[in-house]
Write a protein that binds this ligand. Structure first.
Ligand code: TXA
Ligand code: MG
Length: 332
């Protein structure tokens, strides 16, 4: 079986195409589609058999919970049992959008979806294709990123095809995704709430809304308990990724090149060094654009067969924090 790829208009998705995709979802099939952050691998979140196939298709270890996307606040009330203080305010400000809230699970969501946890990670996406699919299917949709476990998250339909062809029924191709970093994951079941995964909504944004926010930073084991996704080297290409200080790129690649090892350099500066075996990728100075292009750039460089990808560090403020978090995971 090869997966069917169906182009859709990202702004005004064609109803008949969406209805066909929604039918598939209702019949326990797997459908990949664009969200504003990444392509998602969608399945009916309440159907244990469909969810089981998501784990198989991604090669994702059981016990690693899947996030769930819903159409609006009313629908959230059907997947969570209670709204902790502060949650409603966050929804007002950041939904629809790239903020995933970990909330107490309602019985409608089976434990296989939540990896056995009594919480569910939910968000309302803003991408018109994701929204239309939720509406047409009438289902809550499990929506992890549509990549093989351990590979970079997909910002284009071709990335999904590269990873999952033959393992899923349909890929809705709505073009490149607009944000290109995952949603921020915030655990609302602790007091104060705890940032588990930096993402499109920044820590500063959350603090403006909530006051106090803890940042998960400590011990690896604790992270694994709270958000099993943090346990894995999630965003890694096959080449070794090495983070280096800004401005040092030309220097650090030389020993590799002299040893005959092809490498890539990702930097925000113009670079004049030209050497056989060296690929230079100039990334945008603007962090929003940088974030959007990051994963496609890693995939592109990786596909050239380089042994190492040297990435110059970006600033640690705002979205820079999110970008550095992704880079560190890719490098670990
Ligand atoms: O932006 C996004 O959220 C994308 C797009 C496709 O919607 N999805 C995504 O899914 O990034 P995934 O499965 O790659 O990452 C979901 C993260 C994982 O780190 C997972 O451990 C965490 O959310 N998560 C899911 N359910 C959780 C729960 N009940 N408690 C704590 N963390 C949870
Ligand atoms: Mg993922």
């Amino acid at each position: 079986m090869t997966s069917r790829i169906q182009p859709v208009d990202p702004l005004r998705p064609e109803p008949e195409r969406l209805n066909a995709a929604a039918d598939l979802l209702r019949r326990a099939a797997l459908v990949a589609f664009p969200t504003e952050t990444f392509y998602a691998l969608g399945a009916d979140a309440t159907d244990a058999a469909a969810v089981d196939r998501v784990f198989a298709a991604k090669g994702r270890p059981q016990g690693m919970p899947l996030p769930v996307i819903v159409g609006d606040r009313d629908e959230v009330a059907r997947v969570v049992s209670r709204l902790p203080e502060g949650a409603a305010a966050l929804m007002d400000v950041f939904w629809p959008g790239p903020l995933t809230l970990v909330l107490p699970r309602a019985g409608a969501v089976p434990l296989i979806t939540t990896g056995g946890l009594e919480t569910v990670a939910a968000r309302v996406p803003s991408h018109p294709v994701a929204r239309a699919l939720i509406e047409a299917s009438g289902r809550h949709i499990a929506a992890p990123s549509a990549n093989r476990s351990g590979w970079p998250s997909p910002t284009r339909a071709e990335h999904v095809r590269d990873d999952l062809d033959g393992r899923i029924e349909l890929i809705l191709d709505g073009g490149p995704t607009p944000v290109g970093v995952e949603s921020t994951v915030l655990d609302m079941t602790t007091e104060p709430p705890m940032l588990l995964r930096p993402g499109g909504v920044t820590l500063e944004d959350l603090k403006d809304c909530l006051g106090e926010v803890d940042v998960f930073g400590g011990d690896h084991e604790e992270a694994a308990g709270r958000s099993p996704g943090l346990r894995y080297r999630h965003y890694a290409p096959r080449a070794q990724v090495l983070i280096v200080e800004a401005g040092t790129g030309e220097r650090v690649v030389v020993p590799w090149l002299e040893a005959g090892r092809p490498v890539a350099l990702m930097t925000q500066r113009p670079v004049s060094l030209e050497r056989p075996g060296l690929q230079v990728k100039i990334m945008p100075g603007d962090l929003v654009a940088y974030a959007r292009e990051l994963f496609a750039a890693l995939r592109e460089l990786d596909s050239t067969g380089v042994e190492g990808i040297f990435v110059e560090a970006v600033t640690q403020e705002g979205l820079g924090l999110t970008i550095m978090d992704r880079l560190r995971r890719a490098a670990s």
